[in-house]
Ligand binder design. Structure first.
Ligand SMILES: Cc1ncc(COP(=O)(O)O)c(C=O)c1O
Length: 463
């Protein structure tokens, strides 16, 4: 007897319970609490429970899911969950995740995951074509946008620092400097700190009135650092800043990086997949000129967490940064297959590409393009509603789906109280924001389930 297997009856039972759970969850979403009060007693009891020596069986486990886990889980899929840049998963995600777990492909080298290797490559090539990268581009799916940027900057170090694998940053030389804007995501700082660049060597360049990196200020910061004997190394531009959704002038920044011989990374975790719509080319087209770019399929492709993506224009540079010889892991090269352990820091890797690819198979890219265009329109609708309402003021232009506003005369505490009230009344979960020093509220309509009626309900309540 193998204790880790299910009998035929148990398998049938588990399938039936799972389907009932998924169905009930979907049907209950619209009426669910967006931010349920966590059941502290149940969670404390969970924590106090010793590791079970004997299991409770399939039904017991599903009961635990239902009585302990579900009631204290945030309803990210609620149509008025508009906090942060986090959307509900697309509806194929649970099935693809279940199948990926059953297949349990190890996406490190292709012998352990031949179809998965090709699926990941296919997804990466599709995404590279959305960005407009050339055919030599390569990439890898990651645990999210933060990791993609970390892996991009490690690639840039390897490319720009001689003998980087051998000496790292230990050779005595002038510090490398990375430039990003004051609006950049903190994952840029985090990557610089983790990689040993040091936060002292991250320049946060000022932004213009539309919260985009000021290229003149960037140019003078680079000149100043060169004059001071430092080594300007990399610029991280943002395509969709986390607070306001502003898009840096990437074309102009690319010109400057070319003139100054700097690596250009674009953090497109929030915004770059809006490039699925041609109308975004004017705003974001410069992304195609980057040396590397971060995208987040777990945002605008509504993949379930986690699915980030790094693409590097010159794919050989990505491979050079991460490929290490390991005689015990080698199988014969096959031009159809890719060993993803050579494109990132992980060895064992799950099959993230499966859920992205499966959803594109099931729905087609047009469905995602339409959903994203709908969210852009809904954000404009909300922005217009705010502008038309006396007593509410937009804190930033609505470029993508982030809508930042304040209630005139409100203190930070009153804004926090308003956020809590909207959540407690189940009107919406919105998030806090600070724009140019002003505290306010931010709705991020990165939610394919949100409708015009949801936006109007929020506006009505605010009024
Ligand atoms: C601009 C930007 N960069 C990076 C990230 C981090 O992405 P992740 O949460 O996938 O690590 C976010 C998340 O919202 C973001 O908006």
């Amino acid at each position: 007897m193998n204790e880790l297997l299910l009998t035929d009856d148990e398998r049938e039972r588990a399938g039936a319970r799972l389907l009932a759970l998924l169905d009930g969850y979907e049907r209950g979403l619209a009426k669910a609490d967006i931010l349920p009060e966590p059941d502290r007693e149940a969670l404390a009891a969970l924590l106090a429970t010793p590791m079970p020596e004997h299991g409770v069986g399939v039904d017991g486990m599903f009961d635990r899911w239902e009585d302990t886990i579900l009631p204290s889980s945030t309803t990210v899929a609620h149509p008025r969950f508009l906090a942060y840049v986090l959307g509900p998963p697309n509806a194929i995600a649970p099935y693809a995740e279940a199948m990926a777990a059953a297949l349990n492909q190890n996406c490190n080298f292709w012998q352990l995951s031949p179809a998965a290797s090709v699926v990941e490559r296919s997804v990466l090539e599709w995404l590279a074509s959305v960005v407009g990268f050339p055919s030599g581009a390569k990439g890898i799916l990651t645990g999210g946008g933060s990791l993609a940027t970390l892996q991009a900057l490690a690639t840039a170090l390897h490319d720009r620092v001689p003998d980087f694998h051998a000496t790292g940053l230990q050779r005595s030389a002038a510090p490398l400097v990375v430039y990003t804007s004051v609006e950049a995501h903190r994952s840029v700082d985090k990557a610089a700190a983790i990689l040993g660049i040091g936060l002292d060597n991250v320049r946060h360049i000022a932004t213009d009135v539309r919260h985009r990196m000021d290229v003149a200020a960037l140019r003078s910061a680079i000149a100043q650092d060169r004059a001071d004997g430092l080594r300007p190394w990399c610029v991280v531009a943002t395509c969709g800043t986390v607070s306001t959704g502003s898009v840096d002038p990437i074309d102009e920044i690319a010109d400057l990086c070319a003139a100054e011989d700097l690596w250009l990374h674009v953090d497109g975790a929030y915004g770059a997949l809006f490039l699925l719509s041609d109308q975004m080319r004017d705003l974001m087209g410069g992304c195609a000129r980057a040396d590397s770019i971060t995208l987040d399929p777990h945002k605008l492709l509504y993949a379930s967490l986690e699915a980030g993506c790094l693409l590097v224009r010159d794919g050989a540079k990505l491979r050079d940064a991460y490929a290490f010889d390991s005689s015990y892991l080698t199988v014969a090269d096959d031009p159809l297959m890719t060993d993803y352990m050579d494109y990132g820091p992980q060895l064992s890797r799950n099959f993230k590409a499966f859920k992205v690819w499966s959803a594109l198979q099931a729905f087609g890219v047009k469905a995602f393009r339409d959903a994203n265009e709908r969210t852009l329109e809904l954000a404009q609708r909300l922005g217009r509603g705010i502008e038309e309402t006396p007593g509410l003021t937009l804190l930033a232009p609505v470029t993508l789906t982030a809508v930042c506003f304040q209630v005139d005369g409100y203190t930070p505490e009153q804004h926090t109280a308003l956020l809590e009230k909207l959540a407690a009344e189940n009107v919406a979960l919105l998030g806090p924001v600070v724009v140019a020093g002003k505290r306010g509220i931010r709705a991020c309509v990165t939610n394919h389930r949100t409708s015009e009626a949801d936006i109007d309900l929020i506006l009505d309540r605010l009024r």
